[in-house]
Design a protein around this ligand. Structure first.
Ligand code: FPP
Length: 255
């Protein structure tokens, strides 16, 4: 959990590390990629899985510790039934096919989102994958499925409210840290960098709380085309940023 305190001056002190600890990605543009090739949308999503594989590999290679991918939002349930169903099957297939390989590569896999909205078969695979990879010490790969930033904050608020109602928590003790401790990414550092492909420049209800101080990098490239080169461009942009966390440039020594 990241709170804004003076310790942040240290990490904001001019010498920004080239590699963010935590990168979050909005993988947009699968549909347009397919349309440009007169292919059905699901062909774009299938190609998107290949880009996921590439980016997991390069993130691990560059020494990123956490990679959080927005695979399916709370709002994506509004898509045509057939697309939703194909996407769910794609997640299931990808899990089945990739887990052993991820495990061999020391990747720790976890999922965030409203599991009660997912089909049982998928929830079982998710639970097994998390269990299998839980002791791995390499890249933490977090997949957001049926996830929304507002859902996350509402769910955390409910947990806090029930602790207050049960007299386990005093109202006065509710602060940033307390709320962050109930969010889906509790215990993990906030993303340092958000990458969004597909040309749109918005957050789209992703990690609303956790992205508070993230650097934002947008590119026009459609997700299935996202490559190592784009990833390195994002890293290079990140390393050029001065992070102040509310302090002045003078305070962080790079005015
Ligand atoms: C947005 O593109 C993409 C999605 C809603 C699905 C993302 C899924 C994948 C990349 C595939 C699988 C991922 C994992 C983690 C196995 P869009 O359909 O909104 O594209 P458009 O804006 O061009 O229509």
């Amino acid at each position: 959990m990241q709170t804004v305190d003076d310790s942040k001056i240290e990490s904001a002190s001019g010498s920004q590390p080239a590699v963010p600890v935590h990168i979050a990605v909005i993988m947009d543009g699968n549909g347009r990629w397919a349309k440009a090739r007169t292919m059905p949308r699901h062909a774009g999503h299938r190609s998107g899985v290949k880009a996921v594989r590439r980016i997991v590999e390069v993130a691990a290679k560059r020494g990123v510790s956490y990679l959080t991918l927005f695979a399916f939002s709370s709002e994506n349930w509004r898509r045509p039934k057939e697309e939703v169903s194909r996407l769910m099957n794609l997640f299931l297939d990808a899990l089945q096919r990739e887990v052993d390989d991820l495990h061999r590569n020391n990747v720790r896999l976890s999922f965030i989102g409203a599991r009660d909205e997912l089909q049982q078969g998928l929830v079982q695979k998710i639970t097994l994958a998390e269990e299998k990879t839980k002791d791995n010490s390499g890249l933490n790969l977090i997949i957001a499925v049926a996830y929304g930033g507002r859902w996350d904050i509402v769910a955390a608020s409910k947990k806090i409210a029930s602790r207050v109602a049960a007299d386990e928590l005093a109202l006065a003790d509710i602060d940033d840290e307390c709320l962050a401790g109930e969010l889906a990414l509790a215990g993990k550092p906030d993303p340092d960098l958000l990458i969004r492909t597909g040309g749109e420049q918005r957050i789209s209800n992703f990690l609303l709380w956790n992205l508070a101080y993230a650097e934002l990098w947008f590119c026009d490239c459609l997700w299935p085309d996202f490559s190592e080169r784009h990833f390195d461009e994002a890293l290079s942009y990140f390393s050029s940023r001065q992070r102040r966390y509310g302090h002045t440039g003078e305070q962080v020594g790079v005015a």
